[in-house]
Each structure stands twice: as C-alpha cells, then as structure tokens.
Design a protein around this ligand. Structure first.
Ligand code: KIV
Ligand code: NA
Length: 263
C-alpha cells in the first residue's frame, strides 16, 4: 500500500516508528522501498554527498527536480519527500508554491522546508493549495552561515522554549511532519508530546515518531567527518541491502538511536 499522510498519522498514533532515509537515485530508492523504508527523502544533503560541496547552499532547483524524478521512478510504495533548496522559498509564500509545485510535478508527495514559526504562513499557503509540508527545525543546515557552524540547537532554556513554540506554530499551520535535527533528546520528546503531528528526529534521541539518516552515512561511504548521531550499519551487515534492513529494524525496534548517538 502507498504510504500517505494518513498512514504516517496512523503509525504515530499506534506508536509504530516511521523510517525515513535519504535517497538520490532510482536504484537505491527501489532497494530502500523493498527494505521497508517508508519515506525517501530527496535531501539537499546531495550537495555534500553527491557533489562534495561544503554546505547545502549551492544546491539548485534544477538539481532537486532531477533527483526527485530519479527517486520517484524507483520509489514503489514509499513516500517521496523533497527538500526545497536554499533560495527557492524564503522570499514569499508565492515563491515557495512555485518551487514546491515543480518538485510535486517531478514526483514528490511532500516538500520539506527549513525554519521556525516565521515559516508558518508559507506552510499554510502550501498546505491549502495541495502541497503537504514537512517542517525542519533545530539545526537547519541552510542557516549554517548565521549559526556560524553546525552545532546542537535548543540547549538553553530560552532556545528550548522557542523551538517548542516553533513546532506548535508549524503544526497549527498544517505541517504534516515536524523534523528536528541535533536537539537534546529531552527537548525532542517534549516537542513530540506537544504537537499532534508525527515528529522525525536526526540527532534528536529516540522519543520521536520516527528517524532519518543520510544514506551515505549508514553505508559508511561519506568521506567527511562523522557526526555523533550517525551509525554505520554496513560494518555489521556486510551488504548494502543488509545495512538498510538493519537500519529499518533498529528504528522500528527503538534500538537506534542509542545513548551514544544522542545529545
Ligand atoms: O538534506 C537532508 O538529508 C536532510 C536530513 C539530514 C534531514 O535534510
Ligand atoms: Na536537507
């Protein structure tokens, strides 16, 4: 059965963990779908793992459209979630709609955009016009230049309250998923309690509705620095299919992430 926004709601309500993994081409998408990955994220992380850039900022709409088309071609029943790249949505809800429509026409079923409460208006604009939205908060890599680096977010009391408020505003605006990157596990758990929509974590602990990692990280093929929240599933599995299946199994069982992957 095709994974839809309803499937995700139902899974979260029943306490079944949602498994998301990035994918950038058709062959991997078929393998991931068959291994039980529910959401294929066409992440702008492709700027780093496919293009060897040092941030996600140079990734273009054309590149996101191309990779979305490739992933959709191999996706099977999995949901295709595509990132809106830097510069394609921040200007106005109208700009965001025009960009998101291109990703939907390329085969996406949902789009992801970075930013807190100030993105609520854009989120509502997209959702009302037929485009489901995944909100990305916490460490939002497109903000690396204003953050001054990649670091854990929501560590102080006031930052934590702001993140909680952001999540509420985005959920109220109609977001289908709230994704949190690199936030303390305790805060991610509070957000998951506070909002009615499923939450997805990366470096956000185990008390969320689902997990996401970058494909190249679980396979151990990304030559860059390995973040604390990453686990190489290839070491124990010995094959690509085995590694993906081990990731799916660990997320479903709640054994990944462990304390060592958590802030
Ligand atoms: O681009 C990406 O891969 C992402 C995940 C890290 C959440 O946005
Ligand atoms: Na991204």
């Amino acid at each position: 059965m095709k994974i839809t926004v309803n499937t995700l709601q139902k899974m979260a309500a029943e306490g079944q963990k949602i498994v998301m993994l990035t994918s950038y081409d058709a062959s991997f998408s078929t393998l991931l779908d068959q291994a039980g990955v529910e959401i294929l994220l066409v992440g702008d992380s492709l700027g780093m793992v496919i293009q060897n850039r040092d941030s996600t900022l140079p990734v273009t709409m054309e590149e996101m459209v191309y990779h979305t088309r490739c992933v959709a071609a191999g996706a099977g029943n999995a949901m295709v979630l595509s990132d809106l790249p830097f510069g394609s949505y921040q200007e106005s809800p109208q700009q965001a709609f025009a960009s998101a429509a291109r990703l939907m026409q390329a085969g996406a079923h949902m789009v992801k955009l970075e930013g807190g409460g100030f993105m609520a208006e854009t989120t509502r604009f997209l959702v009302e016009r037929g485009i489901p939205v995944c909100s990305h908060i916490g460490l939002t890599p497109q903000f690396v230049n204003t953050f001054g680096g990649y670091r854990v977010q929501g560590k102080t009391q006031s930052d934590a309250e702001r993140l909680l408020d952001d999540a509420r505003k985005l959920a109220d605006a109609g977001a289908s998923l709230v994704l949190m990157e690199c936030v303390p596990a305790e805060l991610a758990a509070r957000v998951t309690e506070a909002v009615a929509v499923p939450t997805i974590g990366i470096g956000a602990g185990a008390d969320v509705s689902g997990q996401v990692l970058v494909l190249h990280d679980i396979l151990g093929v990304y030559p860059g620095k390995k973040a604390r929240f990453v686990k190489n599933f290839m070491n124990e599995a010995g094959s690509i299919q085995g590694a993906v299946e081990a990731y799916v199994k660990a997320v479903k069982a709640g054994t990944f992430p462990a304390a060592e992957h958590t802030f």
